[in-house]
Write a protein that binds this ligand. Structure first.
Ligand SMILES: [Mg+2]
Length: 438
């Protein structure tokens, strides 16, 4: 995709609140899920650890906390340490299959204590969307698993499994909501008057990931949508990771129904607003930080909704992906893993055509991205370690990502000015030895 967001200038000497300001930073000026605006980016500075700067971490799960059935190294201890500083956690997943209690139980088994109230799923967000549009008690065809069914029940809607009585779709012969001039939103009340043993026509189809979905259930959903039911998808992720590789995700089954119906669903999950708002509401967040491994869901969601985002490299995104990211996919902060919550972030400095981060300096020279030691580097230093962080995070010890940060900022600036990087210098720091242009 191409960038839709405005080009953001690199901020020289981005400063973070320090001293007394720290006390007010967590409270922020956020209200109603809107952005605080107190953190700029991409790759903003923070002299203080992120866990002390934000009140709630909105944590993606797969690729951040766990990978498949294994906890990500350092995740459990980092989250425990972050909690000890006062950071609250909300686990946010696009996967609608498991109910929050099951997600929490799974996290606990992995050594990450979590309660059901600390989990926000795309199923809950989809149910909230449906409830806002339907009459209480309206029948909803649930094309998904237990997580979606429970979420629909929890908002006072009634899960059903059938598209309703037989009859040519859209003909009105069935007396379904399709022919109701008041639209699908009235079907909840209308269905009660259908009488007899025939099932009520669903007012909505809510679709989420469920590996047991078969043709018969897809067909019921298609018939209901064609008959005029509101269609909500929990998310549109094309694939889901499995131990054997990428398998079709909810987005692939959404595509099947899109083909069959010619309709487009409303979407609840990341990067759309509903799940983001749901997670902020459930987490009671005033100054949240999105933490994720994907640029197209986690980071795009953060940027679209004005929330700072921390990208971790424990999931699908590689440093090379980041180097060519369009503006909407550029994170506020970078870290190797969740231990990044316990650290600050270095300031970027512009110096003529160069951008410096920590002890590295990058320039784009005739289309080639080059690294040099920064002018601040102490004599004899190899770029590893320094201390005495200033109020702008300028003196933070290199976490091994400063050469990448400088490279990204230089490459993004070049791309935004219409002259993207075409080559990477062969002579470069060890930390970015594997970087490519895709
Ligand atoms: Mg993920």
């Amino acid at each position: 995709m191409r960038a839709r967001e405005d080009q953001r200038p690199v901020r020289a000497e981005v400063s973070a609140p320090a001293g007394p300001a720290a006390a007010t930073d967590r409270a922020g000026d956020r209200a109603g899920g809107q952005a605080t605006g107190s953190v700029d980016g991409p790759l903003a500075a923070s002299a203080r650890p992120l866990a002390e700067r934000f009140d709630v971490a909105l944590l993606d799960l797969d690729g951040v906390v766990y990978r498949g059935d294994a906890v990500v190294p350092r995740a459990a201890e980092s989250l425990a340490a972050a909690r000890a500083t006062g950071l609250r956690l909300e686990f946010v997943t696009n996967n609608a299959l498991r109910p929050p209690a099951a997600v929490a139980e799974r996290l606990c088994r992995m050594g990450v204590p979590a309660r059901a109230e600390e989990v926000a799923t795309s199923a809950q967000a989809a149910a909230t969307m449906a409830a806002a549009r339907l009459a209480p008690g309206a029948p909803v065809l649930v094309l998904g698993g237990a997580g979606l069914r429970e979420a629909i029940e929890a908002v006072g809607l009634r899960p059903v499994a059938s598209a309703g009585p037989p009859g040519p779709p859209g003909s009105g012969a069935s007396g379904s909501s399709a022919s109701d001039p008041a639209g699908p939103g009235s079907a909840g009340a209308g269905s009660a008057g259908a009488g007899g043993p025939e099932p009520a026509a669903p007012a909505a189809v809510v679709q989420g990931f469920d590996p047991t979905i078969d043709y018969a259930r897809l067909a019921e959903a298609a018939l209901a949508i064609r008959a005029g039911a509101l269609w909500i998808a929990s998310n549109t992720d094309a694939t889901v990771p499995t131990e054997r590789g990428l398998a079709p995700g909810n987005g692939s089954l959404v595509a099947a129904l899109r083909t069959a119906t010619g309709q487009e669903p409303l979407v609840a999950g990341k990067p759309e607003r509903a799940l983001h708002a749901e997670s902020i509401r459930r987490g009671g967040a005033h100054s949240p930080l999105v933490v994720g491994d994907r640029l197209d869901t986690d980071i795009e969601s953060a940027n679209r909704h004005g929330t700072p985002g921390l990208l971790v490299f424990t999931g699908v995104t590689t440093p090379s992906d980041l180097l060519i990211a369009p503006p909407l996919w550029r994170p506020t902060f970078l870290a190797r893993d969740l231990a990044g919550l316990l650290a600050g972030a270095p300031a970027a400095r512009t110096d003529g055509p160069a951008i410096e981060v920590g002890e590295w300096r990058c320039v784009v020279d005739d289309g080639t991205l080059r690294w040099q030691p920064s002018r601040r580097r102490p004599t004899g230093s190899d770029g590893a370690g320094s201390d005495g962080a200033g109020p702008d995070g300028a003196g933070l010890a290199d976490d091994g990502l400063d050469a990448l940060r400088a490279a990204c900022l230089a490459a993004w600036r070049a791309a935004d000015s219409g002259q993207p990087v075409r080559a990477l210098a062969a002579d470069r720091p060890e930390a970015v030895a594997d970087l490519t242009l895709g």
